[in-house]
Design a binder for this molecule. Structure first.
Ligand SMILES: C[S@@+](CC[C@H](N)C(=O)[O-])C[C@H]1O[C@@H](n2cnc3c(N)ncnc32)[C@H](O)[C@@H]1O
Length: 451
């Protein structure tokens, strides 16, 4: 009895410039189809008989891989070559989404190589990607965190990053170009200089705060978690944890405002009419980048003192809203501590996700609701009273009845792009297939390429 021919295999080879291990070399020699970026295909010994697919258009390359592996008569072995560790911001995700279970032989990630070239530890670094994604989130992470590695792309590289950060956010750049390749170069540079230099592709940028190590809650001592710091252990801090002047909001009300702002790593939050800077500081404690906007110079000094005391990063912008807002980068969320409907509307026009407005009198609630709705946000309002048991209420914003009115608005989520819907549908399909197959591990997707 003859056994059936072996099914074709799918392997992903990481490449970091070092010679391929023997096993990877053999797999490549046997491949019928080799897919990868132009740079990796050129650097590796692709056999003459193999068909090659250049991964400019990832979707088309994945279609070619599917076709090879799905051939009824049995296609040949497929090797995908990718940079660094293909399981880290790499092709393994897309292959899994198509239902494949590739074998992965990783190389060193460009991020690990970059920190090694800089001679720095990196378990405390944030790693963000601007490759095929908006640069904004990467920039916000760099504004808020002292050690960030940015995976870049053409048009979202060191110069663009530097233009966004300079001059408000003092940072040092280590630009690591073509790591492991023939044009490798590691350049230490200030953002001012990085804006104008030509840079070689591909590159990773380490964005470092020259003023020292990680700050803020969760930092200090030896870390236990890689990447983003854990969120703060406490938030909606009591008034006496901020110095200088009275608090605008009782902590119980501030908790609700923060819940609706939803500050996260990668976000930018404006605190407009910042007073003592409490909201901006609380948002920064969650890992968001924050700007405190305040027209009064003495208040700006107080904000800076509170920011230092809380060991977070908050930019202070002195000026009067709405005019001063024109010069600020676009926020995800905005807290409006004062200024009337005109300011609320200007903030709503810019906010990508949410706006929370404090209103001291019930007669002004509708004006704030109209301002938010006028900029296509869904608006809601609530009157909140917080009376610590046994103590009289005594904050500036509370009315004689004790209520503070919070008006908040949220921008409806845009519909996901068509290809994301298609991916979701195809992964649903994969799950159905698994449920119907006897004897397979129901938790794992499977496909013709699985071995
Ligand atoms: C899609 S990500 C892939 C990351 C890869 N999986 C890794 O572990 O390095 C592509 C980005 O990785 C970075 N990159 C990849 N190879 C690189 C290299 N040899 N030198 C510098 N950066 C590199 C660049 O920022 C590039 O735009």
């Amino acid at each position: 009895m003859t056994s059936p021919p072996p099914e074709p295999s799918l392997t992903v080879l990481g490449h970091d410039g070092s010679p391929l291990p023997e096993e990877a070399r053999e797999l490549l020699e046997r491949a019928a189809l080799v897919a990868g970026g132009e740079r990796n295909l050129a650097a590796l010994p692709v056999p003459e008989g193999a068909r090659t697919v250049v991964m400019g258009d990832v979707g088309a390359a994945l279609d070619a891989i599917d076709a090879e592996l799905g051939q009824a008569g049995g296609g040949g072995d497929v090797v995908v070559v990718a940079s660094g560790d293909p399981g880290f911001f790499g092709i393994v995700r897309a292959l899994r989404e198509r239902g494949h279970r590739p074998r992965v032989l990783p190389a060193l990630s460009s991020v690990a190589q970059a920190f090694a070239r800089a001679g720095l530890p990196w378990d405390d670094a944030l790693v963000v990607s601007a490759h095929g994604r908006e640069l904004r989130r990467a920039v916000n992470a760099c504004r808020a965190h002292p050690k960030v590695a940015v995976l870049t792309a053409p048009g979202a590289g060191p110069a663009e990053l530097a233009r966004e950060l300079f001059p408000q956010t003092p940072r040092a750049f280590v630009v690591c170009e073509d790591l492991g390749g023939p044009r490798e170069r590691v350049v230490h540079v200030r953002p001012a200089e990085a804006t104008t230099r030509p840079w070689r592709e591909p590159n990773v940028v380490l964005v470092l705060d020259p003023r020292g190590p990680a700050t803020g809650p969760g930092s200090g001592g030896r870390g236990w978690i890689a990447g983003a710091r854990p969120g703060p252990a406490r938030w909606a801090l009591p008034a006496d944890e901020f110095a200088h002047g009275a608090s605008a909001l009782p902590p119980e009300v501030k908790a609700f405002a923060l819940a609706r702002l939803g500050p996260r790593v990668g976000d930018l939050v404006w605190d407009v009419g910042a007073g003592r800077g409490e909201i901006a500081i609380e948002c920064a404690r969650f890992g968001a980048a924050a700007v405190a906007v305040e027209r009064d110079e003495a208040a700006c000094d107080r904000i800076r003192a509170n920011v230092r005391a809380h060991r977070v990063k908050v930019a202070v912008s002195r000026g009067t809203a709405p005019a001063v807002l024109e010069h600020l980068p676009r926020p995800d969320a905005v807290f409006v501590g004062g200024g009337g409907p005109e300011v609320a509307r200007a903030c709503a026009a810019k906010a990508l996700r949410s706006v929370v407005v404090v209103v001291s009198e019930p007669g002004r609630v509708q004006g704030a609701v109209d301002a938010l709705e006028g900029e296509s946000l869904s608006a809601h309002a609530v009157g909140l009273t917080a009376a610590p048991f046994g103590a009289p209420t005594s904050t500036q914003t509370q009315t004689p009845s004790g209520a503070v009115y919070l008006v908040w608005g949220e921008r409806p989520e845009p519909a996901p792009p068509a290809d994301a819907r298609k991916r979701e549908a195809s992964s649903r399909q994969v799950r159905v297939t698994i449920a119907e197959l006897p004897g397979t591990d129901a938790g794992e997707p499977t496909s013709g390429s699985a071995r």
